[in-house]
Write a protein that binds this ligand. Structure first.
Ligand code: ATP
Ligand SMILES: Nc1ccn([C@@H]2O[C@H](COP(=O)(O)O)[C@@H](O)[C@H]2O)c(=O)n1
Length: 228
């Protein structure tokens, strides 16, 4: 199925939600289905975190985070739904930014207002240049980055289900996986609200949906929007 808008205007699908709700995997699949680009905004926060840790810094130290923002000029963030590549200062960090070490430190970057503003400038430029459309996911896409998106979705699932899915990905101790996921949500939700749908945002609760059903639900919303 192709999702190109008949007017030639790029279609923007914005997806927010808590950790483990399926944002990146579902958003990527939606983008593939629609023939759109895919923007994983968390990757930018993770790449900055990787750099700060690599340099021996502490992401809880605001001046350190602010000092790292110049490196955003070197950030490479591809928007290919077939496979995203992330690099910073010439280092390919596509795989390394997915580790629990980065997940455990990323909220410090996310709490820094100057970091949010800097990455948002990049995200808005990417979205503005998208063709024929883009699926962008994160925590504040529906509310801050692209509040005028054609389709705005809050993707959620019960915490126990999200923990079980994440545990299936990373293994280890399920209790610890759950504690880390809950701690990240608690910290992140002090900065932006991705637990409650803003006006005009459609909630897709995947607790009782399969992966494919979740993708279909969002593809349907995008298709409905284009036929309005
Ligand atoms: N409806 C679903 N049914 C079953 N598994 C799902 C469903 N949606 C997502 N998943 C799986 O849940 C796991 C977590 O998804 P994903 O990593 O995309 O979440 P996320 O919201 O991007 O998390 P984070 O914010 O922590 O990066 C993946 O293994 C994904 O395949
Ligand atoms: N729009 C966003 C996206 C992400 N964050 C922060 O980055 C972390 C990693 O995001 P993932 O989606 O890759 O898990 C996330 O925990 C937030 O701290 C954000 O603040 N806003």
């Amino acid at each position: 199925m192709s999702g190109a808008d008949t007017s030639g205007r790029a279609v923007v699908v914005a997806i927010d939600g808590p950790a483990g709700s399926g944002k990146s995997s579902v958003a990527r699949a939606v983008a593939r289905e629609l023939g759109f680009q895919f923007l994983d905004t968390g990757a930018a926060y993770r790449a900055l975190t990787w750099l700060i840790l690599e340099q021996g810094g502490d992401t809880d130290d605001e001046p350190t985070v602010i000092g790292s923002l110049g490196a955003l000029d070197s950030l490479e963030l591809t928007v290919d739904a077939a496979g995203q590549r992330v690099a910073i200062q010439g280092h390919d960090v596509t795989e390394d930014i997915r580790t629990e070490r980065i997940s455990g430190a990323v909220s410090g970057v996310a709490r820094t207002a100057a970091a949010r503003e800097a990455v948002n400038v990049r995200f808005r430029a990417i979205i503005a240049a998208a063709a024929p459309g883009i699926v962008a996911e994160g925590r504040d896409i529906t509310t801050v980055v692209a509040p005028d998106a054609d389709v705005r979705v809050l993707l959620t699932a019960d915490e126990a289900v999200r923990v079980r899915r994440r545990f299936g990905d990373v293994g280890g101790d399920e209790l610890q996986v759950g504690a880390r996921l809950a701690a990240r949500d608690a910290s992140d939700s002090r900065v932006v609200d991705f637990l409650n749908a803003a006006d005009g945002v459609t909630v897709v609760d995947s607790t009782h949906l399969t992966f494919d059903e979740t993708v279909d639900a969002i593809v349907r919303l995008a298709s409905e929007e284009q036929h309005d």
